[in-house]
Design a protein. Structure first.
Length: 421
């Protein structure tokens, strides 16, 4: 095996087309956590599983996919890319990619990079157990090992196709750990890189609130808590102590999170005030708080109208704005970094910027909740983040990706603000 280069930090992640491609997104994030400079190359079939935009957002670099793309070649051509890499890490590696590498074919960007690089090559195969066991694949595996390729062996278990056997790609965290060990990144450095919120207390509001009309009915909205819970998970992974003030949602509590269940906006405000008055470093308001509640909640179930108009008139009163109230408190042990969200259906960015100022926030992440593929209830989101003027930071666009990936990117932005002098 080649000697590790201690100052090396360039990982060229190659994503080929398999269902495990989504795991590579998490891998890229973990590698970035370790401080690696990551560039991503994708085959055409990988792009059927996950978009280049996700990898662009995660790696912070343009994604390469074509050998004959004049624009890409003008930027960093395939030979430069092969030279840039301190490691070529193919995750997932399909049976087809293994066969091409074993044969020395060079008919696309990925196979050409394999021949053109001097860097160590790591392959994390992922495929159906029968394909993995096939004689041809095992022959190619043997050839690649003889050629000095390091194989991150697949594990056994249930596969996406329903089969049970060997062929599952190792978990991204474990691959990243092995790569960090290969480059001899010290435990101290790993801990620092991976835990940028160590010693910090983050308070998060999540989910909807529920405002009673009578003992059986209420006003609420479509929030499921997915976004807030993903942020809570990301904060724990980043080393923070996390308090999650959750409206009525059916999600399990993420590991390591202190959860406070509330129902109404007034309860959420009360729990938030109590928590921040004890002292916290960051307050993140992802909750979709009902802006109004019923002025006079009926003690008994309201009976169907018997009048001619067949209408029921409810008188509403405004709820307090939780995040704005917290941001304007002057008697806190310390002012937390205030992060808001904005859910809009029109003029999304304009309204978000107004809320950033009027609610006295440091940062606001806005999403377009008129879209059915992101926002409420979806597993994905796409956001634009605006920063308070004092930070002099350009808005950040986070392209559509899973809420877990978006959560990680928001943590990066928060850490960036906390590290401001
Ligand atoms: O929960 P999911 O299904 O995953 O959906 C995620 C989400 C769409 C709810 C989330 O991404 C999101 O956009 N959350 C903010 C929802 C919202 O109420 O936005 P808003 O624009 O109405 O409020 C702006 C900010 O003020 C928010 O940070 C909100 O938490 C806060 N607010 C609003 C009203 C109020 N009375 N008190 C508040 O603190």
């Amino acid at each position: 095996m080649p000697q590790p280069n201690l100052s090396a930090r360039h990982i060229l992640v190659v994503v080929t087309g398999g269902i495990a491609a989504y795991k590579s997104a998490i891998l890229v994030r973990r590698l970035k956590d370790y401080g690696f400079d990551v560039r991503v190359v994708m085959t055409a079939s990988a792009q059927q599983f996950i978009t280049p935009l996700t990898f662009q957002a995660l790696s912070g670099n343009a994604v390469h996919s074509d050998l004959l793309d004049a624009d890409a070649e003008a930027g960093m051509g395939h030979i430069e890319l092969a030279r840039w890499a301190d490691m070529l890490l193919v995750t997932p590696a399909t049976a087809n990619t293994m066969a091409k590498f074993a044969q020395g074919l060079a008919d696309d960007l990925v196979s050409t990079l394999y021949l053109a690089t001097k860097a160590p090559v790591w392959l994390a195969p992922a495929m159906n157990q029968q394909m993995w066991a096939a004689k041809a694949t095992q022959r190619n595996l043997e050839q690649l090992q003889k050629d000095g390729v390091h194989i991150v062996m697949p594990t056994a278990g249930e596969q996406a196709c329903g089969d049970i056997g060997v062929g599952r790609m190792l978990e991204p965290e474990q691959i990243a750990e092995q790569v960090a060990e290969f480059f001899q990144i010290s435990q101290k450095e790993k801990n620092y890189q991976r835990k940028p919120l160590a010693g910090k207390h983050v308070v998060i509001t999540a989910g909807p609130t529920r405002e009673a009309i009578d003992p059986v009915r209420y006003l609420s909205n479509h929030s499921t808590g997915k976004m807030g819970f993903a942020i809570a998970t990301a904060c724990v992974q980043a080393g923070a102590k996390v308090s999650l003030i959750a409206g009525p949602v059916s999600l399990p509590t993420p590991d390591g999170v202190e959860r406070i269940n509330v129902l109404t906006a007034l309860e959420m405000l009360d729990a938030s005030e109590k928590m921040v008055k004890k002292g916290c470093d960051v307050f993140i308001a992802t909750a979709a708080v009902a802006d109004y509640r019923i002025l006079n909640v009926a003690n008994q179930k309201i009976k169907k109208s018997v009048d001619a108009e067949k209408a029921l008139n409810l008188q509403l009163t405004e709820n307090p704005d939780i995040v704005a109230t917290i941001a304007h408190l002057t008697d806190l042990p310390k002012r937390p970094l205030m992060v808001g969200f904005a859910a809009e259906t029109q003029n999304v960015e304009q309204y978000a910027q107004q809320k950033l100022i009027s609610k006295k926030l440091d940062m606001i992440a806005c999403n377009d909740v008129s879209r059915s593929d992101i926002g409420f209830a979806s597993d994905d989101n796409a956001m634009t983040v605006f920063f308070a003027e004092k930070y002099q930071q350009q808005p950040k666009h986070l392209d559509k990706a899973s809420k877990h990936i978006i959560a990680g990117l928001l943590i990066d932005a928060i850490v960036g603000l906390m590290n401001e002098p």
